[in-house]
Write a protein that binds this ligand. Structure first.
Ligand code: 6R9
Length: 667
């Protein structure tokens, strides 16, 4: 065994001990969309398989004749000579097929107001909006920035852009005016769609002032934006710039309810979505129409076992993130699903709000993130227990590795030990789910995304680019092009090649570390930049976090590698305690020594002495981005006793102060 291989040992061992497995019930398997044949079909002829998905799940104006053109790699062209319209696929064709009365969106506002939009309603609204946009000078190919809260107009606005063939670029409502301006500039947007404000945590918060700020001349330079469409959501006092700003309701009221979609080529840009990379400048990830829609619809249908006539689907992601694009707007609507859309936070006005919504709408498919699941664990199982969750039948997870303990809690407490849990791995760049169990087919393992979907080819390779054997660890890569893959970084082809295709020539490197277990199933280990090296041993932050969260006293944990003179890096853990343990700590006047010793031992037992955190700090909160990812960089600053760096992308900027105060609490 080489030293490199030996270095993988401690962490590998731990995950290989996770041997719980949940086979699908016969009942579920009998009715499932997914079958083992799907894998066989895709393996037999991958391109024919994708051609079939594109034909069965998407409607084409002009059918395609060529499936994949990879001659300009790494820029793929899928179904390139076909024409279609994304909005037509998501809306009109369901009305034409006689499903106009089916509910598309059950909207639940945070204050408790509700709206129901059928597919026929949606058709009317998107047509009006498309006419209004056209009247404001938006043409096919123009970019439109959308900066809205989680209200139906966000989906309507996206679809109206798609109807015109005008690529949209959503900027999450929590981003600052500066972030908004840099995205507007980079995309060269002609129009911004926003709202007066939205409801969050029981209060109306303004959005429009950030747009005004973003559009003000910067260093004397005007923005590219000509008009701002403003949705009235909260009714708060809103300044409107003459000649520039237009109320959404005024513009759409007078607009015609008929609109002929613009038929575009399959490779016509559908959207640009900015995501942060390892460097400062956000990358505008570019997605096109035909391939993206195909994989969005395909994954939504098979991974969630969607039955559009009977299911009520709910994805809790904000439309400002890729999960909201693919699994709130495009996937579900292209499949003709009925879905719930919720505006607010899970604990407003009480910690059972989500479960109340599941009960109210009889949600059958729920798709959320591990950070939300762990937060609910922290609030306690008695909260969801008060609600009838028996309508649920499939549970999904996305965004980060899910700790086996959180997976088990999700399955048991939310899913009543009845619902398959699908841990779905993918990225803004991949456009749609890539690695996930199939409910009704896969024997699920807590904490593993397991297998590439039929039609997807992924592998785990070592530093030299060689596939690791089962039981080995390395880098997750995608070795064949896939329909929903990014087509580039907006305006920067070189950066696209450099970022994703240069580490291993001609292979897409996702930036994630992964392992293959003895069955060949894939376990995601977090970004490779989160992998620590302690005394030459490779340790995963995720793995140690999982070990900590598996202790009764711990609700959430974040682990960082802090520079250490002797060991290179040292493991430093930040933990949030569960209610009872936190109360016990309080009772001892905040003396952390006993609990810290227990937790260190626990990690030692779970993974091995090498993984024992050098320091464990009990904190009241963890710093998270608005998409729920822990900002380890800031924790590293704390762990290395540095001034805390730029915290402007935190969801809650006060968290770092809380952490520091907690640390300084006298014993
Ligand atoms: C969809 C989304 C992508 C990164 C990705 C990885 C992490 C997402 C995961 C997961 C382990 C999963 N990630 N899903 N890690 N298991 N099921 O989150 O896109 O915001 O671009 O993030 O998120 O590290 O590389 P995005």
């Amino acid at each position: 065994m080489t030293n490199e291989a030996a270095a993988h040992e401690p962490s590998l061992e731990n995950l290989l001990h996770e041997n719980r497995s949940f086979p699908p019930s016969a009942e579920f398997a009998a009715q499932a969309n997914g079958t083992p044949d799907l894998y066989a079909d895709a393996r037999a002829d991958r391109l024919a398989f994708w051609s079939r998905q594109a034909t069965e799940l998407v409607s084409w104006r002009k059918p395609f004749t060529e499936v994949l053109d990879w001659s300009q790699a790494p820029v793929a062209r899928w179904f390139a000579d076909g024409t279609l319209n994304a909005c037509w696929n998501a809306v009109d064709r369901h009305v034409v097929a006689g499903h106009g009365d089916r509910v598309a969106i059950h909207f639940e506002g945070e204050p408790g107001d509700t709206r129901t939009l059928t597919y026929a309603d949606l058709q009317r609204e998107v047509s009006r909006a498309a006419n209004a946009l056209a009247a404001l000078g938006v043409h096919t190919g123009d970019r439109v920035v959308i900066y809205l809260p989680m209200i139906p107009e966000a989906v309507i606005a996206m679809l109206a852009c798609a109807r015109l063939g005008a690529p949209h670029s959503l900027v999450f409502g929590g981003f600052s005016a500066d972030a908004l301006r840099s995205r507007i500039d980079d995309a060269g947007a002609r129009l911004v769609i926003t709202a007066d404000g939205g409801y969050r945590r029981g209060a109306a918060t303004a959005l429009k002032p950030a747009v005004d700020d973003a559009l003000a001349p910067r260093d004397g330079v005007e923005s590219t934006v000509e008009h701002v469409l403003v949705v009235r959501r909260t009714g708060q006092e809103t300044a409107m710039a003459e000649h520039r700003d237009v109320w959404w309701h005024e513009a759409t009221e007078v607009a015609d309810v008929q609109h002929e979609p613009v038929w575009v080529e399959a490779e016509h840009p559908l959207f640009i979505l900015y995501t942060s990379g390892t460097t400062g400048k956000p990358k505008g990830i570019l997605h096109t129409t035909g391939g993206y829609l195909t994989q969005a619809a395909y994954t939504h249908r098979y991974v969630f076992d969607l039955k559009p006539e009977t299911d009520v689907y709910w994805c809790t992601a904000d439309v400002g993130w890729v999960t909201g694009h693919t699994y709130v707007t495009y996937g579900p609507l292209v499949n003709g699903a009925t879905q719930v859309m919720y505006e607010g936070t899970p604990d407003t006005p009480h910690q059972g709000r989500w479960w109340e919504i599941v009960e109210k709408y009889k949600v059958s498919i729920l798709y959320t993130a591990p950070t939300a699941i762990r937060t609910c664990m922290k609030w306690g199982s008695e909260v969801p227990a008060k609600f009838d969750l028996s309508s649920l039948r499939v549970l999904g997870s996305v965004g980060e590795p899910i700790n086996p303990e959180a997976w088990m809690w999700y399955r048991r407490v939310i899913g009543g030990d009845r619902c398959p849990v699908v841990d779905t791995w993918w990225q803004t760049e991949t456009g749609a789910i890539m690695i996930s169990p199939l409910p009704g087919v896969t024997h699920a393992k807590p904490g593993s995304a397991q297998v590439p979907l039929p039609g997807i080819v992924a592998d785990v390779i070592d530093d030299e680019g060689k596939p690791v054997p089962d039981g080995g660890g390395g880098y997750l890569v995608l070795t064949e092009p896939w329909p929903a893959m990014l087509r580039g970084i907006w305006g920067d082809l070189e950066r696209f090649k450099d970022t994703y295709w240069s580490r291993f020539p001609d292979i897409y490197f996702a930036g994630d570390g992964a392992k293959k277990d003895e069955d060949g199933d894939v376990w995601l280990l977090g970004r490779v930049d989160d992998v620590m090296n302690v005394s030459g041993h490779r340790l995963s932050t995720t793995e140690i976090e999982s070990a900590l969260v598996s202790h009764d006293a711990v609700a959430e944990a974040a682990v960082v590698g802090a520079l250490d003179e002797t060991t290179g890096q040292a493991v430093v853990a930040f933990v949030i305690l569960r209610g009872e343990a936190a109360a016990a700590l309080e009772a001892t006047g905040g003396d952390q020594d006993a609990i810290v010793a227990q937790l260190r031992d626990h990690v030692g037992k779970q993974i091995g002495p090498i993984a024992k955190p050098k320091r464990i700090l009990v904190v009241p909160e963890l710093p998270k981005t608005r998409s729920g990812k822990i900002m380890r960089r800031l924790l590293r600053d704390v762990a290395e006793n540095r001034a805390v760096g730029d915290a402007t992308t935190l969801a809650d900027a006060s968290v770092m102060a809380l952490i520091s105060t907690g640390l300084n609490k006298p014993k």
